[in-house]
Design a protein. Structure first.
Length: 295
């Protein structure tokens, strides 16, 4: 997605917070912030995308604070909370079948974004499961996705946040029952609290398809992602992508294959592109298939 004016301070605030919350001394933080501001200003242009700017800045922050994975402890806690809640979700959808079960899993995948270890809402696993399963999709094209999955052979699935991946596992398990060739994508190197290739391997996601990395800490961005990933996207019948960052990448660099997105629109620019209001959840085709048998 091309950058909006409000994206510039938003990304900078996140990157600055990572430095401020690091283990650096007071003086080191000030020097690191000065360097970030200098480099950041040089990257800003009307042509740069939000995700490119965020990725470049995060690479620099990791270098400045001397940590390859600043969100490691955050992610570990995310997995712990998500595993507890996912067990409750699994129990609650046990009796569902077909599209009803499929949609319940997708809603859980999207709303699992609320599992922030810093603010777990003061609820236990059962209460969180109810909240996650009871979420509303402001834009809901899950039925179209359900039917389209019955028509395709090869699907590329792009993972997003660490804790959410526990719920993505439910989805991958469900669609692996169909005769589909799955390619599952995680970042090779840490980017914010996104799941990495090694973490995805630890979750056992490779049981459901071919697990590959992006080639670094960037998403599906030409020039930053590996040729392997770009080739897999070109060969897919359908791309399913979690989260805002993957959506922003595809807005800027649209693939030549149908893409389906699951996200919570946390800001005005993304919400406007997704066709929802800020704060709303959506599961929708961004690039629609040309021919859908169910239409």
């Amino acid at each position: 997605m091309d950058i909006w004016p409000q994206c510039i301070p938003c990304i900078l605030n996140v990157r600055s917070s990572e430095i401020i919350n690091s283990r650096l001394t007071r003086g080191e933080k000030i020097r690191a912030l000065k360097r970030l501001l200098e480099e950041y200003a040089g990257w800003i242009s009307e042509d740069i995308s939000t995700i490119e700017l965020a990725t470049l800045a995060f690479k620099l922050v990791k270098e400045l604070i001397g940590e390859e994975d600043p969100y490691r402890e955050f992610k570990e806690e995310s997995y712990r909370i998500a595993e507890d809640v996912a067990r409750s979700v699994r129990e609650k959808i046990e009796g569902l079948r077909g599209y009803e079960k499929f949609r319940a899993i997708v809603v859980a995948m999207v709303y699992a974004n609320i599992l922030d270890p810093g603010a777990p809402l003061g609820l236990g696993p059962d209460q969180l499961a109810e909240k996650i399963l009871g979420g509303r999709l402001a834009r809901d094209e899950t039925r179209e996705l359900f039917l389209y999955l019955l028509q395709v052979d090869r699907v590329v699935f792009l993972l997003d946040n660490a804790g959410e991946a526990v719920f993505d596992k439910l989805f991958l398990e469900e669609i692996s029952k169909i005769n589909i060739e799955l390619v599952i994508v995680a970042k090779d190197k840490p980017y914010q609290n996104d799941i990495t290739y090694d973490e995805a391997l630890g979750l056992g996601l490779n049981k459901y398809g071919k697990l590959i990395g992006t080639g670094g800490d960037a998403g599906p961005i030409p020039g930053m992602a590996s040729d392997e990933l770009l080739n897999e996207l070109n060969e897919a019948d359908l791309i399913i992508a979690k989260g805002m960052a993957n959506f922003e990448a595809f807005i800027k660099y649209p693939p030549n294959k149908p893409s389906f997105h699951m996200l919570v629109a946390k800001c005005v620019p993304v919400a406007s592109m997704a066709g929802v209001n800020p704060g709303e959840a959506a599961a929708f085709f961004y690039i629609k298939p040309r021919l859908l048998k169910f239409r």
